[in-house]
Design a binder for this molecule. Structure first.
Ligand code: ADP
Length: 185
């Protein structure tokens, strides 16, 4: 059974929703860099102030900021039996930093699940979601950032034998079923 899991997918591909279902049903924490960053922005911390402009523009927050957040989070006791990373890594530098952290912890990743959704459907979903960074210009920019910086990670993880791709459109329970089947295969 896979326990240390990365959910990889475009903005609006359903990482957050499926990550939450996995957390509730498998009893391992979901770690969302987007949620951690939004909490830092809401708290008005230094880190939040640094992150806000990038998030509003649909750009990525600096690697060292998110890597530092993840390093701290993975050192917390509740991750001992596994975790679901949702929205991290998003760049090659982040993926390499994660590999380094996990070597130090002696606990490598078990699986990387790619949630695959058509770009048209994604734009529609994000416009319906209506978060403050879900305007049309920002969405377009986030899609470009995904294609340029995050999509290459599919090859990175495929080369390491960790990648499984799951269709991320259709019924939520059916998608969840496909994810679990891929995790437990
Ligand atoms: P979505 O995947 O739907 O865009 P997230 O909540 O995952 O939503 O991310 C929202 C924003 O937070 C991103 O557009 C980016 O600015 C920032 N962010 C989240 N995760 C990362 C990360 N791993 N690296 C850099 N920036 C990040």
């Amino acid at each position: 059974m896979s326990k240390r899991i990365v959910l990889l997918g475009a903005p609006g591909s359903g990482k957050g929703t499926q990550g939450q279902m996995l957390m509730e049903r498998r009893g391992i924490p979901q770690i969302s860099t987007g949620d951690l960053l939004r909490a830092a922005v809401a708290a008005g911390s230094d880190l939040g102030l640094k992150a806000k402009a990038a998030m509003d523009a649909g750009e990525l927050v600096a690697d060292e900021v998110v890597i530092g957040m993840i390093r701290e989070r993975l050192n917390e006791a509740d991750t001992a039996n596994g975790y679901i990373l949702d929205g991290f890594p998003r760049t090659r530098a982040q993926a390499e930093a994660l590999d380094g952290l996990l070597v130090d912890l002696g606990k490598p990743l078990d699986r990387v699940v790619h949630l695959d959704v058509d770009e048209e459907e994604i734009v529609k979903r994000l416009l319906e979601r209506g978060r403050s960074d879900d305007t049309e210009d920002t969405i377009r920019n986030r899609m470009k950032v995904f294609r340029d910086q995050t999509h290459p990670l599919l090859e990175y993880y495929s080369e390491r034998g960790l990648l499984v791709t799951v269709k991320g459109s259709g019924d939520l329970e059916a998608i969840y079923g496909s994810i679990v089947a891929a995790l437990d295969a």
